[in-house]
Every structure is written in structure tokens, then in C-alpha cells.
Design a protein around this ligand. Structure first.
Ligand code: MN
Length: 167
């Protein structure tokens, strides 16, 4: 039923957001709107448009939908302290699978990430998943991730506490 409503009602298309998070270690938080929350994975190397890349994606706590618009500098002493900017965002189409079973497929309509992707849990692991680009017209075998955060952008960011525990 969910898939049908996504396919036929454009207004209800779920969102995805990727936060570039300059915490102790730079990582990219990959967030998918599923059942009213942002299911979230921390991707140390960031997503890739190259189907040969299997990017480790560590499942972290769900975040609220409002957190998807967060940009700023998480103050020192707060969990995840450091700069957070939105690296990419857009709506997406859910193709199949579910989080409980450890496999989901979807099509992203972002500015940087486009086309089919798979998130699949590594067998025998609790939180470790792999994020893999599907082979399609959008795949880029020479993809190299570029960070968004520049010194100029960092100056524009304000210190603010996120709406929920960041990770
Ligand atoms: Mn994070």
C-alpha cells in the first residue's frame, strides 16, 4: 500500500537527506524518511555513484523529520560536536524490502545522488550495512566524493544545538 501511495501521490513522496558531518571523524549521515522518521546510517566514506563501491553504512538512531533541515555547528561538549551541512537532499521512491529484514531498494532524486540504490545489512552484523549504487544510466564509475564545507560556508554556519541527539 505504501508503495502505491508513493507512486501516485507526488506530494507524499518521502524525502532523503545526506548530512556532511565534520565531527571528530568526518562522515556522511544518510537519512531516509520511513514511517514518519528519518532512518539514519553513518557512512564514513560517504555515498558513491560507482556501483563497484560498497560503502559501509552504520545504522544509528532514528532522527525526527525536522532534523532533516538542520545545518549548523553542534557546540563543543554536545554529542557529534562540529559542523553539519546538507550534502544532498531530495525525494525518493521506495522500491522494496524493509529495514527489519535488512534490505531496502530505492530510487533517489537528489542533485548529486540519482537512480537506484540498495542498502543491505551485512550478514551476522547488527548495525553494519552496505550502501551500493545500482548499475543504471546514472551510475558513474569515476565518481569521487567532494566535500561541501568550505571555509566560507563554515563562516556562515551558526552554532546551534540540533533538535534531537545527533550522531
Ligand atoms: Mn553524524
Amino acid at each position: 500500500m505504501l508503495i502505491i501511495s508513493i507512486r501516485y501521490n507526488k506530494d507524499s513522496m518521502p524525502q532523503f537527506i545526506i548530512h556532511e558531518h565534520h565531527a571528530t571523524h568526518l562522515h556522511f549521515d544518510f537519512r531516509l524518511e520511513i514511517e514518519g522518521v528519518l532512518k539514519s546510517w553513518a557512512v564514513p566514506k560517504g555515498p558513491s555513484m560507482n556501483p563497484k563501491d560498497k560503502r559501509l553504512a552504520i545504522m544509528v538512531d532514528d532522527h525526527t523529520l525536522e532534523y532533516g533541515s538542520y545545518e549548523g555547528i553542534i557546540p563543543k561538549g554536545q554529542y557529534g560536536a562540529g559542523a553539519v551541512v546538507i550534502w544532498d537532499a531530495g525525494d525518493y521512491e521506495f522500491l522494496g524490502g524493509n529495514v527489519q529484514d535488512g534490505r531496502i531498494e530505492f530510487i533517489l532524486h537528489g542533485k548529486k545522488l540519482k537512480g537506484g540504490f540498495i542498502l543491505t545489512k551485512m550478514s551476522g552484523r547488527k548495525k553494519e550495512w552496505l550502501l551500493i549504487k545500482k548499475r543504471d544510466d546514472f551510475a558513474k564509475d569515476d565518481f569521487v566524493i567532494k566535500n561541501m564545507l568550505t571555509p566560507e560556508l563554515r563562516k556562515k554556519l551558526r552554532a546551534k544545538v540540533p533538535s534531537c541527539t545527533a550522531s
